[in-house]
Ligand binder design. Structure first.
Ligand code: CDP
Length: 231
């Protein structure tokens, strides 16, 4: 069977990771959450004190990039993939609101993007991969056989993320999340290097009104069409 590359891009909290994971499980493909990689670098910068409320020492971060190792490791006992930063499991820490507040500034740095895109290319060299992010169909895998661009109303996205963080026990308000979602949309779409933009050949899906199951079946069908060569 033909092995394809599936690129899923879109705005923050559109549920890209959920559907990307479902697809990868179903097709027995590798799943890569590229956002987790940008989040891990942001966590590193916060831990080193390169980022504070009033200042971001970009040069210090850029000079430290060589010392950062980023790896997805598979926990076979529960069959989940988790993010490791310099050999430490940071899966929980990278999902905090504090990281969300700074990640788009870190992701705007070309040096950071260059390092991560190199790793992403390596992960995708044998195809059979589903990667989600902001620039996967445009920059990382412009030759991907299937490109999806996900969007949803900002209020819907903020309320999804709010539920997720509250369930995890974070102390956060809906208003803070809504503001963060909008700020990240703006920063991600207007940055110079690899802005979030729909690839010309991407299929746009607005999932404001779609449930997870319907969304999965729509995208799975698109993938199957490409795998068997119907498209
Ligand atoms: O919060 P959400 O799950 O929607 O975002 P994410 O996928 O974890 O990505 C976090 C941030 O990383 C984004 O807001 C972007 O600033 C950045 N990012 C990027 O620039 N390029 C990617 N391919 C993936 C994420």
């Amino acid at each position: 069977m033909k092995r394809i590359t599936i690129a899923i891009d879109g705005y923050s909290s559109t549920g890209k990771s959920t559907v990307a994971k479902q697809l990868a499980d179903y097709l027995d493909y590798v799943y890569v959450d590229s956002g987790a990689m940008y989040r891990a670098i942001t966590l590193f910068a916060l831990q080193k004190g390169f980022i504070s409320e009033s200042h971001f020492n970009k040069i210090a971060l850029i000079n430290s990039l060589e010392d950062i190792s980023i790896e997805f490791r598979n926990d076979d006992t529960i069959s989940v993939v988790e993010m490791y930063l310099n050999d430490k499991n940071v899966e929980r820490e990278i999902r905090t609101f504090q990281v969300s507040e700074y990640v788009s500034q870190v992701a705007a740095l070309s040096e950071v993007r260059k390092k991560l895109v190199t790793i992403q290319h390596q992960m995708g060299k044998n195809k059979a991969i589903v990667m989600d992010g902001r620039d996967i169909g445009t920059v990382v895998f412009p030759e991907a056989e299937l490109k999806i661009f996900m969007s949803a109303k900002p209020e819907e996205r903020a309320s999804r993320r709010y539920k997720e963080l509250i369930e995890k026990g974070d102390d956060i308000t809906y208003e803070e999340i809504y503001k963060n979602v909008q700020e990240r949309d703006l920063m991600d779409t207007t940055r110079k290097d690899s802005p979030l933009i729909k690839a010309e050949d991407a299929i746009e899906i607005d999932n404001s009104e779609l449930n997870l199951e319907d969304q999965f079946h729509i995208i799975l069908q698109l993938a199957k069409d490409r795998i068997v060569g119907r498209v």
